[in-house]
Every structure is written in C-alpha cells, then in structure tokens.
Design a protein around this ligand. Structure first.
Ligand code: HEM
Ligand code: CU
Length: 538
C-alpha cells in the first residue's frame, strides 16, 4: 500500500471561514468529529471529577465532605453526564464521524448538514441539562434513571434535566439515520458488505438501536414532564396509573442503550487487535453478525432490571433466559478476539494495551452481569455496589477503555503528530491498576451488602471503601498522565505520517492528516479490511 503525496490541503487548512466559525458551522465530518470529541470528552472529565468527589465522600463512614442531598445530586449528575453526554454520543459522534466515512471510501456522510445539526442539538441538550443544575429547585436527585414516583414528586429540577436528555436523544436519532444511510449508499466501488471494517459494522448495528429505541425514551421522558407539570397521573397508582410501567418504558430503551455504549467499542477492538497481532481477524462474519445479533436480542431483555420491582414468575424466567442468550454473541466476540491473538505477532503499543485490557475488563463486567441476570442471585445483590462495580466494568473498563484505544490509534492520524509511547504505557498501567482496585473492591462491598446511592454506610465497610477510594486516585493519576502525554503529542509531538501501525483499512491509504475530500481520487477497494499483505510491515 502506498501513501499518496497530498496535493489537496489537509482538512485543517482548507476553510472558507476562519476562527471558531470554521468549526462550529463546518459540515466536514472530520471537523464535526473533532467537535464531538472535545465536547463529549470534556463532559467525561467533568463526570470523572464528580465521580472522584463521590469516592472521597465514601472514603470514611459518616459525613466526609458532603451531606446526603449533595451526594444524591452528585451521583445523579455524574450518571447523567457520563451516560447521556459522554458515552452514548461519544463514540458515534467522535470516532464514528472521524473515521467511518473514510473507512468506507466516502467523501462525507450522506447528510452533512444534518450531521452538523445533530452536534448542535447535542450541545443545546447539554446546555439545558447544565442549566437544570443552577435553576429552579437545583440539580436533580433521582439517579440517572429518573424513577417515578420520586421523580414526579421531588422538588428538584427534574423537568428541565429530562427535557435536556430529550433534546440530546434527537441528536442521537439523527446521527443514527445519517450513518445508516451513509453505510448503505456511499460505500466506494468494491467496498462490499463483506469488506466493511468491523468498526463500521458495529456503528451500523448501533445506529439501528439508536433510531429504534431512542424515541421510546424520548416519549417516556415527556410523560415524566407531563406527570410533573400537568399531573396526568399515568404513573400514579392513586389515580389509576402504574409506576412499574415507567420502569418498563425506561428500560426498553436503556437496556438497548447499553449496546449503543458498548457496540462501537467492540468495533474498535475488532479493528485494533488484528493490526497489532499482524493477523487477519478470526471469524470476520461471526463478529459482524454478532453485532447485529446483540442489537436484536438486546431489545428483548430489559426486564432483568426489574426482577425485584414486581413481575410475574413467568416474566422473570423469560427475561432471565433471554439475558443468558444475549451473552452468547458477546462471548463469540471475545472468543474470536482471543483466537486472533493466538500465534499472532503481537506488538504491545498503547492502542493494543487498551484493547487487551478491554477484553479482560469487559469479560469481568459481562460475567458479573450474568450473576445479575440470574434472578436467584440478583435479589441478593440488587441495588448494591456490586451493580455499580458491574456496570463500570462494562461501560468504563469496556467502552471507556475502547475509547482510549481509539484515541491513541486514530487521533494521530488526524493531527499528523503523535504522543510518546513510554508515558502512554505508564498511563495505561496506572489506569488499569487503579480501575481494578476501585471497582473490584466495590463489587466485593456489594457482595457484603453495601447498598448503592447512600452517602453513608456501616462501619464494617470502612476499610474496603478506603481501598476503593485510593484506587480512584491511582486511576485519576493515570488519566492525567494520559491526557498530558496525548495532547502534548498531538500538538507538539513527533510527526506521524504514512501507515506506522500497518493498518489495512482505507483510512491508512490516504494522506495524514486527510484532505477535506478524504481521498485524492475515489478509491477502488480490492481487498478485505484485515488483509495485511502490502501494508509495508512484515
Ligand atoms: C474516575 C472515574 C469514575 C469514578 C471515580 C466513578 C465513581 C462512581 C461511584 C462511586 C458511583 C456510585 C454512587 C453510589 O451509588 O453511591 C458511580 C455511579 C455511576 N457511575 Fe461512575 N465513576 C467513574 C466513571 C464513570 C464512567 C466512565 C461512567 C460511564 C461512562 C460512569 C457511570 C456511572 C453511572 C451511570 C452511575 C450510576 C449513577 C446512579 O446511581 O444514578 N462512571 N460512579
Ligand atoms: Cu440491561
């Protein structure tokens, strides 16, 4: 594979406008991708700060730095920011936008203006959510799930916050539509479905979940607003309503939404592992198919969040069974990644370290999910820190670490400069150790019976909580090293040109940084995404 000498200016230089306007009004998918990256990653950092404050409060029993009301608000805002402002929009918005059109050989997404509009909707929703913290009755204190009846009665600013989430939801739906159309219509010549990079497959599956599931959340949130502002009583048993119905509506979206969070991450891993093992991916078709299977079966398991909320025994049995079924496609992926590694020629660069730790952390998260998916064990650990540990393993150890892998793998491509390798590895090691010290300990605490969403706990939990808090500091230290090293590198580091990782997907055939139109001339695809012959690396 040869790298073309650019004759067109890179997308950084080519602008009709100048300054900020060249960014916030640009319809170039790469610029929009970077807008999403900085906004979603910015919210991630806000969420991390809030998470660290939660851990400081839990460092010792009794009041440490805040009272119960502040704690309730903090974990709610931490959850809302991380879920709705970071991880759901983050992957599709940032790396989906940056990389997907190039990977399929297109010049841009199908609807570039709609793409820009999606970012604007996202920002507007985010501003509304932020406004809810400082106006009316103050930050919501319901948890990110906004469960009724509490969310319809509390005096805090729930209406505005759910309205913000509602607006962000539209952004997500439009991005989904845009991506599905793009992948169907704009693939380059020779880019058959069987040659799509697995990252694109994962985005495609995710996009379907986005457009099919998100409207349900949007309506549900409007119903909560109606409950609060108009007193409709839909969820109020006193007026013939049913609070459990809210939970059904919420989880019909929110369980599929966990796949919006994890699927693109799995796609990144499926792209990174073969490149750094110098082997074609094992079981391409099964990985692509399992993304679709996860999206489909994932829509049928929402009831596992409600085993203790009041459901018939039959429903519990069915939801429990289906939850185990949906574990199968994820297990297929793990099996295929490991088989790709087998006898590969593995190089442990930073993206690969994050990818390998994804496999381990995601597996721990997934297996602890089965303990929650089996009703008999779930009743014991329901609403404890075991659950908190479980979902951080999946969305942070899984999706989050995949996001870091993508940052190290792809950002240099768009900046033309790279970070230093050694500090990146130190950062990874700190984060990996800190992560496990914190969340594994939290899972143990949950097994011992420590409930979630309380600012205080019994003295017997003191030692382990201190350990978990120290873990959060190790993790934070790693995060700081990663940030400083990565961004210093992107702006001032060594040049990054050509195809240093030896990737075989299309983004590695075009100039670094890519020109506005992505390719000098429209590419014609002649080989699969993991066919490494000719990438210049043995
Ligand atoms: C340094 C990083 C982080 C720390 C220290 C942290 C800490 C915590 C703690 C201690 C809780 C439990 C509060 C409680 O139940 O009493 C919590 C809840 C939560 N965290 Fe994190 N977290 C971090 C990163 C993340 C990330 C990356 C995500 C998602 C992408 C996330 C999503 C959530 C969610 C959804 C909740 C549940 C909130 C609720 O109960 O409503 N966290 N976090
Ligand atoms: Cu679920």
């Amino acid at each position: 594979m040869t790298t073309v000498q650019p004759t067109q200016p890179s997308f950084w230089n080519d602008t009709g406008r100048s300054g900020l306007a060249a960014w916030i009004f640009s319809t170039d998918h790469k610029r929009i991708g970077l807008l999403y990256f900085y906004s979603t990653f910015g919210f991630f950092l806000v969420g991390v700060l809030l998470g660290l404050l939660l851990r400081i409060e839990l460092m010792a029993p009794g009041r440490t730095i805040m009272g119960p009301q502040t704690y309730n608000a903090l974990f709610t805002v931490h959850g809302v920011v991380m879920i709705f402002l970071f991880i759901i929009p983050g992957f599709q918005g940032s790396f989906g936008n940056l990389v997907m059109p190039i990977q399929i050989g297109a010049r841009d997404v199908a609807f570039p203006r709609l793409n820009l509009f999606s970012w604007w909707l996202y920002i507007m929703g985010a501003v509304i959510i932020l406004a809810s913290l400082f106006t009316g009755g103050g930050p919501p204190d319901t948890g990110w799930t906004f469960y009724v009846p509490f969310s319809s009665r509390t005096g805090t600013n729930v209406s505005l916050a759910v309205f913000g989430v509602f607006v962000v939801g539209f952004s997500s739906i439009l991005t989904g539509l845009n991506f599905i159309t793009t992948i169907h219509r704009l693939r380059a010549e020779g880019m058959t479905w069987g040659r799509l990079p697995l990252f694109v497959w994962s985005l495609y599956a995710t996009a379907w979940v986005q457009i099919l599931a998100t409207p349900i959340l949007a309506i549900t949130l409007v119903l909560v607003m109606a409950e609060r502002l108009l007193g409709t009583g839909l969820f109020d048993p006193g007026r013939g309503g049913d609070p459990v119905m809210y939970q059904h509506l919420f989880w019909i979206y929110s369980h599929p939404a966990v796949y919006i969070m994890i699927l693109p991450g799995m796609g990144v891993i499926s792209d990174v592992i073969p490149v750094f093992s110098r082997k074609p991916i094992f079981g391409y078709k099964m990985i692509a198919f399992s993304s679709i299977a996860i999206a489909a079966f994932g829509s049928l398991v929402w009831g596992h969040h409600m085993f203790t909320s009041g459901m018939s025994d039959t429903a519990i049995l069915v939801f429990s069974f289906l939850t185990f079924i949906v574990a199968i496609p994820s297990a297929i992926k793990v099996f295929n990644w490991v088989s790709t590694l087998y006898k590969g020629s593995i190089s442990l660069d930073a993206p690969m370290l994050f990818a390998l730790s994804f496999i381990l952390l995601f597996s721990i998260g997934g297996l602890s999910g089965l303990i929650l998916g089996a009703a008999a064990t779930d009743v014991h650990v329901h609403d404890t820190h075991f659950v908190v540990g479980h979902f951080h393993y999946v969305i942070f150890g899984g999706a989050g670490f995949a996001f870091f892998a993508a940052m190290h793998y792809w950002l240099p491509k768009f900046y033309g400069r790279r970070y230093a390798e050694k500090p990146a590895i130190v950062a990874w090691a700190l984060m990996f150790v800190g992560f496990n010290v914190m969340y594994f300990t939290m899972q143990v605490l949950g097994m011992k019976g420590m409930p979630r969403r309380y600012y205080d706990y019994l003295p017997e939990f003191a030692t382990l909580n201190l350990v978990a808090t120290v873990g959060s500091w190790i993790l934070a230290a790693g995060l700081i090293v990663m940030l400083v090293n990565l961004f210093r590198g992107l702006f001032r580091g060594e040049p990054f040109t050509g195809n240093p990782w030896g990737g075989a997907t299309l983004e590695w055939t075009t100039a670094t940084p890519p020109p506005t139109e992505n390719f000098e001339e429209e590419p014609v695809v002649t080989h699969g995404p993991y066919d490494f012959r000719g990438t210049g690396i043995p």
